[in-house]
Design a protein around this ligand. Structure first.
Ligand code: FES
Ligand SMILES: [Fe+2]
Length: 456
């Protein structure tokens, strides 16, 4: 499971080159509003160049190692806090063989327990819901919401099972930005330590103030890392989503990494440097609206205005009711894709695009994974009920989830590659995948951290 590091050569203008066209910071300079400071923050990090061994994506031994050394020892997003808002609310989170139930107690405290009955081991809860106790459906053993033992039917037959010794084993739990995180290991960093500077970034976009308008989970025929890495760079747009090039600064994206998280920002409503001829502002807007989650809508670009400004204006109108301060929000936050990755698998987006992703291995199979898309929307007044999970099976089109709007078409284009990447990797005669120096920064950062966990 080695991941050899190639030493970086001396500074070389050719090697350190960036794409032609405006840098993201230059695009920000032309914004019609003041741009939040967070979009000006850059990382100083120089990542080592790494080659990623193909076995990381296909080998069962590597998968088992990840289960033990990564998933057993890292903070991971278990559910939205709004799903467990009231006493008795519970949610189930599973990773590999492990199953956790997150519960809101009578005292309103959140707790998480191994989701396993201490009698003969049935999973206690199969799905989210609300109940006054945690009761096993097999023989009826039950626990209070704080995990203390409540009832053992025919207690006379269990003189050896003392109630005080039969509390449910706990799992560490923490919350941030409206998400609940869990950690299996009693040792190790706190959630705050793991998040590092990330909360400072999201002060601008408090996701706890949004509700889950849609939640779609799709089973996919590839390793979880193949899956998530397809959503960590804009380099694939030229081949996978070429129709987006009219209005997407794909290779002008900006990539940054901090300790446990990374960020890419891909500007929209600017032409791709790949195009020989620049589209007009009107053509850019039309092409973006057709591909956008917000759906097609004819919108003329007046003389002297840019497509970026017009699209931002439209978004401000749409958001006015739920985001009173929206008139001050920059064009960048309303146009661009601002996609973060908190190691190892949690991808909240900044700005107003509403997207959050989570990627996980599926059961114990290195060749299958689950991608989840949550659309988190602002709201006014009382919080609407969160959407329940809409599952899509392998081979089902994303368009079976109309709640995703035009995003579903984009995901179908991505999905076309993913099973074929997995098959290709399994057929490979070579040993490593080769990553770009800059545009695949987020992937290189992920593998650098992964290696740390696996060798610790
Ligand atoms: S397995 Fe749970 S009560 Fe028997
Ligand atoms: Fe894509």
């Amino acid at each position: 499971m080695s991941g050899p590091h190639d030493a970086l050569p001396e500074a070389d203008p050719e090697r350190d080159a960036l794409s032609p066209g405006d840098s993201y910071q230059q695009i920000l300079d032309r914004d019609s509003r003041e741009v939040p400071e967070v979009l000006r923050w850059r990382s100083a990090r120089e990542l080592p160049a790494i080659r990623v061994p193909i076995e990381r994506y296909v080998s069962r031994e590597f998968h088992d190692l990840e289960m033990e050394k990564l998933w057993g020892r890292v903070w991971q997003m278990a559910c939205r806090e709004e799903v467990v808002a009231e006493p008795g609310d519970h949610a189930v989170y599973e990773i590999g063989d492990r199953s956790v139930v997150v519960v809101r107690g009578e005292d309103r405290q959140l707790r998480a327990f191994h989701n396993v009955c201490l009698h003969r081991g049935r999973r206690l809860k199969d799905c989210p819901g609300r109940s006054a106790e945690l009761r096993c459906p097999f023989h009826g053993w039950s626990w209070n919401l704080d995990g203390s033992a409540r009832e053992i039917p025919c207690q006379w037959d269990f003189p050896h099972a003392k109630r005080e010794e039969f509390g449910l084993p706990e799992v560490r739990v923490g919350t941030w930005c409206g998400f609940v995180f869990i950690h299996f290991d009693a040792e190790g960093p706190s959630l705050e330590q793991h998040l590092g500077e990330l909360p400072r970034h999201f002060e601008t976009w408090p996701l706890e103030d949004r509700y889950t308008e849609a939640h779609v989970a799709h089973l996919m025929p590839c390793n979880w890392k193949v899956l998530q890495e397809a959503f960590m760079e804009a380099y694939h747009v030229i081949a996978t989503h070429p129709h987006l090039l009219f209005s997407l600064g794909d290779c002008n994206s900006q990539y940054d990494v901090w300790d446990t998280f990374s960020r890419a920002v891909t500007p929209q409503m600017v032409p791709s440097p790949h195009l020989d001829e620049r589209a007009s502002e009107q053509e850019m807007l039309d092409s973006f609206m057709l591909a956008s989650i917000e759906g097609p809508s004819p919108l003329p670009v007046p003389e002297g205005m840019t497509a970026r400004e017009i699209f931002a204006q439209m978004m401000r109108m749409n958001l006015q009711a739920s985001v009173p301060s929206v008139q001050r929000v920059s064009d960048a936050e309303l146009n661009d894709s601002i996609y973060y990755t908190l190691f190892p698998n949690f991808h909240p987006w900044g700005g107003y695009s509403r997207i959050t992703y989570r990627f996980r291995p599926y059961e114990h199979d290195p060749n299958r994974a689950v991608m989840e898309v949550l659309l988190l929307s602002p709201f006014r007044g009382s919080r609407p009920a969160p959407a329940s999970v809409h599952w899509l099976d392998i081979g089902e089109p994303w368009t079976n989830a109309p709640e995703l709007g035009a995003l579903a078409n984009i995901f179908d284009q991505d999905t076309f590659n993913l099973g074929n990447v997995q098959r290709g990797l399994r057929a490979a005669a070579h040993q490593h995948v080769t990553l770009a120096r800059y545009q695949e920064t987020k992937i290189r950062h992920f593998h650098t951290l992964l290696e740390k966990y696996l060798t610790a």
